[in-house]
Every structure is written in structure tokens, then in C-alpha cells.
Ligand binder design. Structure first.
Ligand code: SAH
Length: 346
């Protein structure tokens, strides 16, 4: 195992079989070795800096019906909301004063935010905050729409591929969604010039070590600037309510592997990681992550953007989250910086 980790940190390409072996035979000792290597790779590009992204959850309306997600169309128990432009700009104002220089607009696939509405929102943020990055995470759209948002001032786009195995993809999504289209969107975003983020859930129902190896291979092929991963966590009002959550241990191991495969990538310690363990985000940073994405959404809507059960920080004001995070990051010897935190080329 150690030999495989050494080869990965020397930028060698492992085969699918080797990756499966590494994932399926991991132990506490190999994990510690991996994390030490991952931190070394991360420090080379990003030192002990942690970048913060202000997450604004625009809407929990969604036309899709992903089996794992709490805001899926068929969940009639979800209390739906959407933010208007003024509310979004208010979140940015608060965020800017707290030192955020990236705003992430995330939401379900909500037809209310058509191109006209979105372009207006993006160009308003761009005009008010020329020194900030604008990241979108609004699902699958056409090439022309992605291009129009880019021209309006968006810089980055997050779209997790969820799983790189087409059969597994089908078990997580209704027939209207396909891995092929998801991938097409990712390549379109890259072609347009976005900094692109992809990612997957760890421990999603029916996932195997082979699927995770395929996720890593796909990520190596795509060469995204960002990769977000987090444990799958059940939501009580979905068809997957009774499936087990992914583990902290496996998620951290995958963070470490991602850092070695993409040494200069921006990798968040996600909210889902912080939800399955009180120290999840700190451990994520120590496994090789270098980004955290606290919530800037108005407190009144936070508990409604419920992708999974027991999500953390739903009752706190943005300012409280900012202070709490700073303490957490400092406690492990890292520091939050006021910076756009762009991708560093090799
Ligand atoms: N509609 C956007 C944003 C999706 S929400 C899009 O399609 O990209 C952001 C991410 O939350 C998803 O990509 C998924 O990986 C994750 N997610 C959804 N449900 C989850 C669950 N039950 N547990 C953990 N993560 C989940």
C-alpha cells in the first residue's frame, strides 16, 4: 500500500486495479501515511492557507428527482423557497464585509432562474464586487446558457458528476438524467473557460470500491480545478431514507487520494463532512483539503435547503459561522485568508 501511495505522490499514474486495491485494503496506518503525503503536496502549492467561499442557497425548487436528494421534485414535505435578486445581493453584502471574496450561488434546477433572471443577478454582483469570484452551482444547462453566464461575469462552476459509473448513475437517478449529459456539461464548462469543479458522494447507495476508482480516473481525465466530495447522508423523505450514510473514514481517505492525484486542486472540506462528525471539516483539511464553504444564506431559509438530514449551521448567522470556522481552522495550525483563492497552475 505504501508503495502505491509513494507512486501516486510521485505523480505516477496508477491503474484502475491498483486504485481499487488501495481503496479496498486501506487501514488506519496507510491512511495516516496518505494524509501526511497529501498535506505535503497541498503545502507545496497552498501552504497552510484555507480559502473560504460564501455559499448562497438560491432555491430549493428543483425539477429533478434524484433519489438521494432532499429537495427532489417528488418530496412534497419540502417547504419551498427562492431568493430574489435583492436578497441575494444582501447576502453578498454581508459576505463581503466578513471577508468573503468568492460567492457561490447554488440551488435546485429551478425554472424561475431563466437566463434573463440569472444574467441580471450575475452582472449585478459582478458590477458591485469586481474583486470577487462568482461561482455557480445550478445544475445542467445548455452550452449557450453557460456561455451567457460566463460573459455576464461568472468565473467558476461546480457540477459534481456524482458517480463515474453509468450503471451506478442509473441507480441513483431517474431515467431523465444521464451520466453522459452530466459529463457533456462538464466538458462544455471547461471549453467556455470556467474554472470547473466536479465531485461525488462517498458511500452512496450501491457504491463499490471499483466505482470510487472510476471516479478518480474520471477526475484525472477531466482535470478539474476543484473537486468537492462528501459522505452520502440519508434524507428522511427520499427513496433512499433507509440507506446507510457514508463514513468519515472513507471520505477522508478519498480526500487524501484526490490531493495526490490533483496536487494543486481546490478541495473543500464539505458541510456534509462536518455533519457526520463534529470535527469532520478539520479532519478534511488535515487529509489534504484547502477550502471551506460556510453558509451565507438568510437564516430564515437555511433549514429549508435540506439535501440530507441534520445539516449543521442551519441556525447560525453568517457572522457566527465565520468566527466559529476561524477558530476551528486556527486550532489545527491553518489560517483563513481573505482572497479570491483562484486555482494555482502547476
Ligand atoms: N442542482 C445542483 C446542486 C446540487 S446540490 C446540481 O445539480 O449540481 C449539491 C450536491 O449535494 C450534489 O451534487 C450532491 O452530490 C450533494 N447531495 C445531494 N443529496 C445529498 C445527500 N443526501 N447526501 C450527501 N450529499 C448530497
Amino acid at each position: 500500500m505504501i508503495e502505491l501511495i509513494d507512486r501516486l505522490s510521485d505523480n505516477e499514474i496508477l491503474t484502475k486495479e491498483e486504485l481499487i486495491r488501495l481503496i479496498d485494503n486501506r487501514s488506519a496506518e496507510t491512511a495516516e501515511y496518505l494524509f501526511e503525503r497529501a498535506r505535503r503536496a497541498r503545502h507545496k502549492f497552498y501552504d497552510n492557507k484555507v480559502y473560504i467561499r460564501g455559499l448562497i442557497e438560491l432555491t430549493n425548487y428543483c425539477k429533478n428527482d434524484c433519489f438521494y436528494c432532499g429537495i427532489r421534485k417528488s418530496n412534497t414535505a419540502a417547504d419551498r423557497y427562492r431568493l430574489d435578486k435583492e436578497q441575494i445581493l444582501e447576502c453578498c453584502r454581508t459576505g463581503y464585509s466578513l471577508g468573503f471574496r468568492t460567492f457561490v450561488l447554488q440551488g435546485g434546477e429551478d425554472g424561475y432562474y431563466n437566463d434573463t433572471v440569472l444574467i441580471d443577478i450575475i452582472s449585478s454582483i459582478r458590477a458591485l464586487y469586481p474583486d470577487c469570484a462568482i461561482t455557480l452551482s445550478l445544475g445542467e444547462r445548455s452550452y449557450d446558457s453557460y456561455l451567457a453566464y460566463f460573459r455576464a461575469g461568472a468565473d467558476r462552476y461546480l457540477l459534481r458528476h456524482e458517480t463515474a459509473n453509468p450503471e451506478h448513475y442509473k441507480r441513483l437517478h431517474p431515467p431523465s438524467l444521464s451520466l453522459k449529459n452530466r459529463k457533456r456539461c462538464l466538458y462544455n464548462l471547461k471549453e467556455i473557460g470556467y474554472q470547473v469543479g466536479t465531485g461525488f458522494m462517498v458511500g452512496s447507495p450501491y457504491q463499490t470500491g471499483e466505482h470510487l476508482a472510476e471516479d478518480l480516473l474520471f477526475i484525472r481525465e477531466l482535470q478539474p480545478q476543484m473537486v468537492g466530495i462528501g459522505p452520502y447522508i440519508p434524507h428522511k423523505d427520499t427513496p433512499f431514507a433507509h440507506h446507510k450514510a457514508g463514513t468519515l473514514e472513507l471520505t477522508l481517505f478519498m480526500v487524501g487520494l484526490l490531493r495526490l492525484i490533483l496536487p494543486n486542486a481546490l478541495i473543500p472540506a464539505t458541510t456534509a463532512l462536518g455533519t457526520i462528525d463534529p470535527k469532520g471539516r478539520e479532519l478534511g483539511i488535515l487529509a489534504g483539503a484547502n477550502v471551506v464553504m460556510p453558509n451565507l444564506s438568510p437564516v430564515s431559509v437555511r433549514n429549508k435547503y435540506s439535501l440530507y438530514d441534520n445539516k449543521i449551521c442551519t441556525g447560525d448567522e453568517a457572522a457566527e459561522c465565520r468566527v466559529c470556522l476561524e477558530k476551528r481552522i486556527n486550532s489545527i495550525g491553518y489560517r483563513i485568508v481573505v482572497d479570491r483563492g483562484d486555482f494555482i497552475e502547476k
